[in-house]
Every structure is written in C-alpha cells, then in structure tokens.
Design a protein around this ligand. Structure first.
Ligand SMILES: Cc1cc2nc3c(=O)[nH]c(=O)nc-3n(C[C@H](O)[C@H](O)[C@H](O)COP(=O)(O)OP(=O)(O)OC[C@H]3O[C@@H](n4cnc5c(N)ncnc54)[C@H](O)[C@@H]3O)c2cc1C
Length: 370
C-alpha cells in the first residue's frame, strides 16, 4: 500500500511506525513542515494505562520512551498557600521534542521516509498519488479546512486564555496552583518532564485577562507579570518562553472522519482540553486503532469505516470528560471560597470520572482529612 502522511507529530509518526511494522512492503512517506529539532511547547503526560497500550503496540519505542520518563503518583493542589497531595495516580512526563526524536528514529529505522521542511499546499495531487492520505496535521489542519464540506467540522473557540511556559522549578507531580490578584484568578497546570525542567501552563478567564491588561503587554512584560503572580510557587526561577503566546482553546469535532481515501487523525480529528492531559495519548491511541483496522483487510474503505465505528465512541467519551474539566477551569473563580482540601476534592472529581470511592481506594489519608 502507498501511504502519504501530512504531519510528523505523534499521530503521523506513530501510525507510520505501526503500519511499517505490520508490513515492510508498505511505502510510507511523511511530509513535515518543521525541521527534526523544531518543536513547540515543553512536556507531555501519559497515564500508566496508555504506556501499557504503547508497549503492546511497539515495544521498541516504548522502551526508549520509558527510559526518558519522569514518573509520579501524586496530584498536588495549591490554594491559599496550602498544598494538598492526592496519591495513587500513575502518570509520567516526557519532553515533546524527546518523544518526537524517538518516534522519528524508530520510523526511519523501519524504512519510513520523512520529508522535513516540506509544507503541503497541493492536497489533490498528493491524495491522487496514494492509496491512503493521512491528515495528521494538527489542530489547525489544512486538510480539514480544504475538505470541510466532506468532514463537516464543528469548531468551538473557548473563552479562557492559556499560555504554555516552562520553568526550572521542579514540580514533582501534577501540580494545580491557584493564585488571585486584583485582576482575578489564575490557575497553573505544572509538572516535571525532565531532570531539569517543568511545564507551566497558565490559564485565566477573559475578564481576568482583560483586567490584567495583557492585550497591551509585550511577551517579556507578560512573562514578568505571570511570573509575579506565581512568585511563591516558582521559588526564584524565571518562567521560560518558547515563543509562548496566549491562546484560546479550540474544541474540534468532525461529522465525518474520512472520505474516499482521506482520513483525519489526532488533533486534526478531535481535541480534548489540556487539563486532562490527553492530546498526545489520544493521537497515539488513534494511530494504534487505525493500524489495527488495517490488519484484517487491504480495503482502505473497510479499514476507515471500521476505525470510525470503533474509535468514535471512545473519543466521544473522552471529549465528554475533558469538556467537564474544561468547564470547571472556565468557572474556577466560583470555587475559590472553598478550603484547600475541599477544592482538591472538587478538582479531583470534576470530570465525573473519579468518584469518592475511587479516591478512598487511591488515597485513604486524603479522604480522612476531607
Ligand atoms: C497547552 C497545551 C498543553 C498540552 N499538554 C498535553 C499533555 O500534557 N499531554 C498530552 O498528551 N498532550 C498535551 N497537549 C496536546 C498535544 O500537544 C497534542 O494533542 C498532540 O501533539 C497531537 O498530536 P498530533 O500528531 O495530532 O498533532 P501535532 O503534534 O500538532 O502535529 C501536527 C504536525 O503537522 C505539521 N503540519 C501541519 N500542517 C502541515 C502541512 N500543511 N504540511 C506539513 N506539515 C504540517 C505540524 O508542523 C506538526 O508537526 C497539549 C497541548 C497544548 C496546546
């Protein structure tokens, strides 16, 4: 089979790896507009369950990924200068760049061709030249836009703003920190992803954003302002920018997942709010499910139909949980009157997927305090 892939992110790379593993004869080419060492952002998170899925799908890249991991089992909630730890949650973090390097190496070892610094504009000629065109081109997918009539995308730009920084302050565990000033409430989502660096994502509602005056601020002034809000938490470390800018979260859904020989995957197909840390997980598990759909058949149409039929309910379930979580952070200001331990409980149960009983099992000491 001849497969063209647009986008060398986790979804495109991992699908190429799994297809090539299944059949060496597949001709697979990935087109990626960036270079092999360019990336945005800092670290990504996986749960213990996702790691087991990655091990079953490709033990070689799994071994590399887990060698580089920072693992933890606690969620920490910081509110009114008190830190509440909830244990029994298995997560790991890795730098996005490191993950991409591992996947690039593995793909190339298996014989996948990767054309870096190649931005695709002419979609029709690429799609007529292959059996399958995989659109793994991320949240602002060109393919989804070009074939909007076929995919019927539903895009929802959310009101909250967030900015993705790094810091050398090490947060051991997923740390959710709330700070208030005269502009309003700021929430930071932070976690260590290497021995020296943590991701530090800051989110606020539109009223707080406007009142703080970010519209008039330069990138440097924004970084200083946000650093000042979280000064107690950063312990003297500066925030690190990677061309970091305020963004509105874009919720992506599609009425149709494929047409003829074109398939959407990963962020191009669906997004889930970063507060449940599942974008990369979903992208890579999409790749697993799509590659599995090709196992019993050589018919592209049958495989794509099977993928949508089996994967759509899983994605809808995740998006529903992520939606609840996103709404919680959009309304975070209304929870600031809670005590730290109450806030921690409400946060842990916000998506409706973790119950009181689950928490009692995971961390009886936390429930006793509550
Ligand atoms: C603030 C924030 C925090 C996040 N935190 C987490 C987290 O903790 N855990 C987690 O798992 N996920 C997280 N994510 C999500 C994660 O980054 C994405 O969900 C994941 O990378 C999706 O993978 P993908 O392969 O679908 O898309 P991407 O990683 O976006 O890859 C798409 C690729 O396509 C390329 N491309 C696009 N258009 C073209 C074109 N026309 N021609 C050639 N190449 C093109 C791009 O350069 C890019 O490399 C976070 C996201 C954000 C914004």
């Amino acid at each position: 089979m001849k497969i063209n892939v647009i986008g060398g992110g986790p979804a495109g790379l991992y699908f190429a790896i799994l297809m090539k593993r299944a059949d060496k004869a597949h001709q697979i080419k990935i087109y990626e507009r960036n270079g092999p060492d360019d990336t945005f952002g800092w670290g990504v998170v996986f749960s213990g369950k996702t790691l087991a899925n990655l091990r079953n799908a490709d033990d070689v890249s799994h071994a590399e990924i887990t060698k580089e991991f920072e693992a933890w089992d606690n969620v920490d909630v910081v509110h009114r200068d008190a830190k509440i730890s909830i244990h029994g949650n298995s997560f790991s973090g890795i730098a996005r760049l490191q993950l991409l390097k591992i996947l690039q190496r593995r793909a190339e070892q298996l014989g996948v061709e990767i054309d870096f610094h190649t931005e695709i504009h002419d979609l029709e000629s690429l799609r007529s030249d292959c059996d399958l065109l995989l659109a793994a081109d991320g949240v602002n997918s060109t393919v989804r836009l070009r074939y909007a009539e076929q995919f019927q995308p539903r895009l929802d730009v959310r009101a909250n703003r967030y900015i993705w920084y790094g810091t050398h302050q090490l947060f051991h565990g997923l740390t959710l920190t709330f700070r208030e000033n005269s502009a309003g409430v700021f929430a930071a989502h932070s976690y260590k992803f290497s021995p020296t660096t943590s991701t530090f994502i800051v989110e606020c509602d539109p009223q707080t954003w406007a009142k703080a005056g970010f519209e008039q601020m330069s990138s440097e002034q924004t970084l200083d302002y946000v650093g000042e809000v979280f000064t107690q938490d950063l312990n003297g470390h500066r925030l690190l920018s990677n061309n970091s800018k305020w963004i509105n979260f874009l919720l992506v859904k599609n009425g149709n997942w494929f047409f003829e020989n074109v398939e959407l995957i990963g962020d191009a197909l669906h997004t889930a709010h970063f507060s449940i840390g599942s974008g990369t997980k979903l992208a890579m598990e999409d790749a697993i499910a799509l590659a599995e759909s090709f196992q019993p058949t050589t018919s592209v149409s049958d495989a794509l139909t099977h993928f949508e039929k089996t994967r759509r309910p899983v994605i809808e379930d995740y998006q529903a949980a992520a939606f609840e979580s996103m709404r919680w952070f959009e309304n975070a200001a209304q929870y600031m009157n809670l005590s730290p331990v109450e806030l921690a409980y409400v946060l842990m149960t916000r998506s409706g997927r973790v119950s009181y009983e689950d928490l009692k099992r995971r961390d009886p000491e936390f429930i006793r305090r509550l």
